[in-house]
Structure formats: C-alpha cells, structure tokens
Write a protein that binds this ligand. Structure first.
Ligand code: SF4
Length: 286
C-alpha cells in the first residue's frame, strides 16, 4: 500500500527525476523552501488561526491577524530560503502577505459563514478494496446553512490567476469533494472555491457525481503508471527554477553528492536482485 497525495502525483507528472529523488530515494533537498512557499505557509497559518479564534467565540482585530502573520514569518524564516526572482526582495514578499490579509479581512469579516474545520485531513476512497490511499488537507470546510452546500475553500498566494476552464478541470479540490461526499452523503451538494489573494478574488466550481467517478478512474490510472514506472527522466521546464533539487540535477550539469549516489546505487542493485534473482551473480555486493 502506498499513500499518495495530489502534490505527490503532480510532482510525478512534472518531473519523474524529481519525484524519484523526493519520494523514492528520499534525498533531503539542499534548499529548505522557496520564498513563495514561506509566504503561502505564513498566510495559511494566519487565516487558520483567525478562524480558530472565531470558532472559540473571539473576533481578532486586523492588527491581531497581522501580528500573528509577522510572528509566523519570523519564526519560519530560514537563511537558505530560495528567492528566484532577482527584482523582488524578501521584504516585498512579506509586504504582499500583509496586503493579502488586509484585503481578505475587510472582505470576509466577521467570518461567520458556517466554518466546520480548518486543515482537515481527508482520505479519498478511490474504489472498494483499492490497495492505495490518497490523502489531502482541506484549508477550510464550510457548511453553508443558506444554500445547504458544503464548501471546500482553498487559499492561493500565487501571482497568476488561471482561467475558469482550468478551475473546472482542477483535480485537487474535486478529489477532496469525493471525501466530503463519503462523509456527509453522496447526494450532498459540494462547492469548490479558491481564494486568489493576490487578486482579492474568489473563484467557484462544481462537479457532478459522474465527473467525480471519471476522476477516480483517471487517478487510479495515474497511480498505476507511477507504481510501474521504471525510468525516471528529467523534464526541464520553467518550473525547474523553483525546484529544490536543481543544484543536484543532472539536467543542469549538476551531480548528487557522493553519499546519495551510493545510496541510489544500492537501491538500484537491491531492486534488480529482487526482480531478477538470477542476475544477482553479475552484481558486485558492497
Ligand atoms: S531541476 Fe527540473 S529537471 Fe531537474 S529535477 Fe528539478 S524539475 Fe526535474
């Protein structure tokens, strides 16, 4: 049994070599995180804290939320943070987060929209007795009493705003809605919603049960491809600039540090011995 997540599967689709380093060889990345990831985490944590306080019966002021954000920024700061863009400073990113939270606070106060949970862990059941599991975390789950809908909320801090067509095909929240329907009833309406904080915009989408059944099949096919993958080529794209393994990546003329190459080789030999026992005699043991 293997546990998958949306980001794990997306990593396989983006670049198999990166997937192998991260999930199979478990090579620690030389870069702890990117500034974009840090910004995302700090904004998510601040909003999670805000809604937790509201659930407790408190209403934090905007100042309280910003104080929480700045504290989280400082506590999570690491010296080797990756900043790809040359014309933007860390301080610029931090200020962006302040702006996101101000806009969000003004637009959504007093935050009484029927929030059930924050960062809820969900297991997506793809099929009866299916051997692999799919895990996810919902930023915020709401039960809207007026519409009767369960709303899956996701916060995005990226600059770009995709088209509605992309949202209507998005897999991540659609997968989470399978878990929500499992929990609350397949007939229950579920609304998918993304908060694009950089644009102060909320996007909506829905799926039919038939579309969700199709998605399950699609994901199971993808998992089968991952499970049977034997080759893990590099795949150079613009996203390589944000890849935490770029300084180890052969596509850029870099090498893995010796200890990880030895570890990779050992895993490779063990795999051959397991799959082709008769070939063992041709492989030199350590
Ligand atoms: S830098 Fe690019 S090609 Fe290399 S591992 Fe990362 S995503 Fe793959």
């Amino acid at each position: 049994m293997t546990v998958y997540s949306h980001s794990k599967l997306a990593s396989f689709e983006q670049c198999r070599y990166k997937y192998k380093l991260k999930y199979i060889d478990k090579v620690p990345s030389p870069v702890e995180k990117s500034i974009e990831a840090h910004l995302g985490t700090c904004v998510h944590d601040s909003l999670e804290w805000l809604y937790t306080e509201v659930q407790k019966g408190n209403l934090p002021t905007l100042d309280d939320v910003l104080e929480k954000y700045v504290l989280t920024w400082q506590e999570g700061w690491v010296e080797n943070i990756l900043i790809v863009k040359t014309n933007v400073t860390a301080e610029d990113y931090k200020t962006k987060g302040v702006q996101f939270l101000i806009d969000y606070y003004i637009k959504h106060q007093p935050f009484k929209d029927g929030t059930i949970s924050m960062e809820e862990k969900v297991w997506v059941d793809l099929a009866r007795d299916y051997p692999h599991k799919l895990i996810g975390y919902i930023d915020r789950l709401v039960h809207n009493k007026e519409t009767g809908e369960y709303e899956i909320h996701d916060y995005k801090t990226a600059n770009s705003l995709p088209s509605q067509e992309k949202f209507d095909k998005d897999r991540q929240l659609a997968l989470y809605s399978i878990a929500i329907k499992e929990k609350y009833g397949k007939d229950k309406p579920v609304l998918l919603t993304w908060h694009y904080l950089n644009h102060n915009k909320q996007i909506f989408s829905k799926r039919t049960n038939e579309q969700l059944d199709e998605l399950k099949k699609e994901i199971m096919e993808l998992i089968e491809t991952v499970e049977h993958a034997k080759i893990f080529p590099t795949q150079k794209t613009i996203l390589c600039n944000w890849c935490e393994y770029k300084t180890y990546c052969k596509a850029f003329g870099n090498k893995l540090p010796e200890k990880y190459r030895e570890q990779q080789m050992k895993l490779f030999k063990d795999e051959i011995k397991e799959e082709y026992p008769s070939a063992s005699k041709y492989i030199k043991s350590e």
